[in-house]
Every structure is written in structure tokens, then in C-alpha cells.
Design a binder for this molecule. Structure first.
Ligand SMILES: Cc1cc2nc3c(=O)[nH]c(=O)nc-3n(C[C@H](O)[C@H](O)[C@H](O)COP(=O)(O)OP(=O)(O)OC[C@H]3O[C@@H](n4cnc5c(N)ncnc54)[C@H](O)[C@@H]3O)c2cc1C
Ligand code: FES
Length: 256
């Protein structure tokens, strides 16, 4: 897919608690590039301490309003600075990067997200629903304050929630949620690495195909610096930014 370096205007910055924000962005030239769920953008952050662009998933593309949404967690200096943008500010993005999730034509799909890892699952759920899939979401977080965009997810699938403190949904980790005992044609997952490994293990035991989106440390985002490599069965060490970030778990060495 063709990649672009483009300026976007901040249309809205919706803060969600102290840690999260949903940025709605419109392309200055009015032309929104084609993007697939699971792909990401590299955001230039105009801050003295952040030299490299930061990789952020494509959360949603609102075609009616011509907006790209990104969901950001304050994880350090760069993302903290990014969350301070105001309406009218300009952000420079490189996009769309990487390869996204598989899009099934029908079938029962479970989308599992943890924390800000839910980000790519919103656009994915919408597109899967349009393809005639029966979508279920299993979303987990530490507490109900960390369950993000629940109303948006509910538009595209049936919601199952888990919180570690039991403040909403089932108490415990997502991997303990009862819905994981049901049958699905495919599980697609994004979140903390231990969560993705645990979900992959359950999927393998139940003979369900499983895809995960990796968040390896990245620099260039285009396969040039080799800082994001992951060992795979099919091709050895590959760049997560270019060959991923989405992988079938059968292809990941950590799954074998
Ligand atoms: C493909 C991909 C998609 C992502 N999608 C999202 C998203 O939708 N929303 C979101 O909030 N975050 C997302 N992240 C994580 C986000 O890129 C990091 O939180 C961010 O780069 C941290 O930068 P910082 O300057 O705020 O923190 P730093 O102070 O630099 O570091 C804080 C923490 O972030 C990690 N980190 C730092 N730089 C990177 C980097 N370049 N790549 C990965 N991890 C890094 C560090 O290991 C450290 O644990 C994604 C990462 C990847 C690789
Ligand atoms: S980030 Fe440079 S090769 Fe992946």
C-alpha cells in the first residue's frame, strides 16, 4: 500500500481519565489515505526529548466526517506531549504502516483487547461486521476507568468485559473470562504481551486460529533500522513494523 507523509489537523482531543485521550484528526488536504485495521501511523511529536516518531495504531476511520482516530495512552514523554494537543493544532503522520489483521468473510470472530491494546479492534470490528461476521469483543482492563470506548465497540459486536478489580464485568484477567470457553473461527488480539501469549495458548488448546498484534519497540517504522525484529517460523527474524505488527501465532516462535 502506498505510504504518505501527511499533515492532519486536530479536530478533537477527548480526554478519558488522567491517562488516555482519543485524538480525532482530519487530513489538511482533505484526502484520507486507504488504511486497514491493524496498521499504524508514526506520529512526529514536536518535543525536545522525543527525536523518533512514535508508533500508534489506527483506531478508527470515520468516513462520514473524514476523520482518523487514534487512541493514546500516556506512557512516557512523547505520548504525554502528544496528549496535550489542542483543536486546530497540526500533527505530521507517516501512514499507513505495516500489515493489518486478516479480514474474514463471515464466521464467528472473537476480538480480545487489553488496556490501550483495544485501539485497533474498533475499525476491525466495524469491517468484520460489514463482511457478515458475528463479532464478539472481550475487553479487559485493571479497572472500569481503563475500559475505553465501550459504547463504540458495542456498535459492532457483543461485549464481554473483565476487570482485575471486578469494578465492571467479570472479575479477573481476560484470560479467565468464560467467553473464551466458547467456539470461534478466529481470535484476533492486541494488548500486553503476557495477555496475548495466554490468549494464544488457550486458542491453540481449543484449535482456534489466532492472530496477535505485536508492540515491539520501533524506530523507523519502515523496515530499515532492524530494531523491531521478531523470530518467526516461516521466515526467521522479520521486522515487526513491515512484516507485522499482526502475526498468526502459529508463526511466532514464542508460541511453539
Ligand atoms: C505497532 C504499535 C502500535 C501501537 N499503538 C499504540 C496505540 O494505539 N496507542 C498507544 O497509546 N500506544 C501505542 N503503542 C505504544 C506506543 O508506541 C508507546 O507507548 C510510545 O512509543 C511510548 O513513547 P513515549 O515517548 O511516550 O514513552 P517513552 O518514555 O519513550 O517510553 C515509555 C514506554 O514506552 C515504550 N516505548 C518507547 N518507545 C517505543 C516505541 N517506539 N515503540 C514501542 N514502544 C515504545 C518503552 O519501552 C517504555 O516502556 C504502539 C506501539 C506499536 C509498536
Ligand atoms: S522500526 Fe525500524 S525496522 Fe522496524
Amino acid at each position: 500500500m502506498k505510504k504518505y507523509v501527511k499533515n492532519f489537523k486536530v479536530v478533537d482531543n477527548i480526554r478519558m481519565g488522567d491517562l488516555y485521550g482519543l485524538l480525532k484528526l482530519a487530513p489538511i488536504d482533505g484526502i484520507m489515505p486507504d488504511m486497514l485495521p491493524g496498521q499504524f501511523v508514526q506520529v512526529y511529536i514536536n518535543c525536545r526529548d522525543t527525536y523518533l516518531r512514535r508508533p500508534i495504531s489506527i483506531n478508527f476511520v470515520d468516513k462520514l466526517r473524514n476523520e482518523l482516530w487514534i487512541l493514546v495512552r500516556d506512557a512516557g514523554k512523547g505520548t504525554h506531549h502528544l496528549l496535550q494537543v489542542q483543536r486546530g493544532d497540526i500533527l505530521n503522520l507517516v501512514l499507513p504502516l505495516g500489515k493489518g489483521f486478516s479480514i474474514k468473510q463471515g464466521g464467528k470472530i472473537l476480538l480480545v483487547g487489553g488496556g490501550v491494546g483495544v485501539a485497533p479492534l474498533l475499525l476491525l470490528g466495524k469491517i468484520l461486521k460489514e463482511q457478515g461476521c458475528l463479532v464478539s469483543y472481550l475487553i479487559g482492563a485493571k479497572s472500569k476507568e481503563d475500559l475505553l470506548l465501550i459504547d463504540e465497540f458495542a456498535k459492532y459486536g457483543v461485549l464481554y468485559l473483565s476487570t482485575e478489580d471486578g469494578s465492571m464485568g467479570e472479575k479477573g484477567f481476560v484470560t479467565q473470562n468464560k467467553i473464551l470457553q466458547s467456539d470461534f473461527d478466529l481470535i484476533q488480539c492486541c494488548g500486553p504481551l503476557p495477555m496475548m501469549k495466554a490468549v494464544a495458548k488457550i486458542a491453540r488448546e481449543r484449535h482456534i486460529d489466532c492472530e496477535v498484534s505485536l508492540e515491539n519497540m520501533m524506530a523507523c517504522g519502515i523496515g530499515a533500522c532492524l530494531c523491531c525484529v521478531e523470530d518467526t517460523v516461516s521466515a526467521g527474524n522479520v521486522c515487526v513494523c513491515k512484516n507485522g505488527p499482526v502475526f498468526n501465532t502459529n508463526d511466532l516462535k514464542w508460541e511453539n
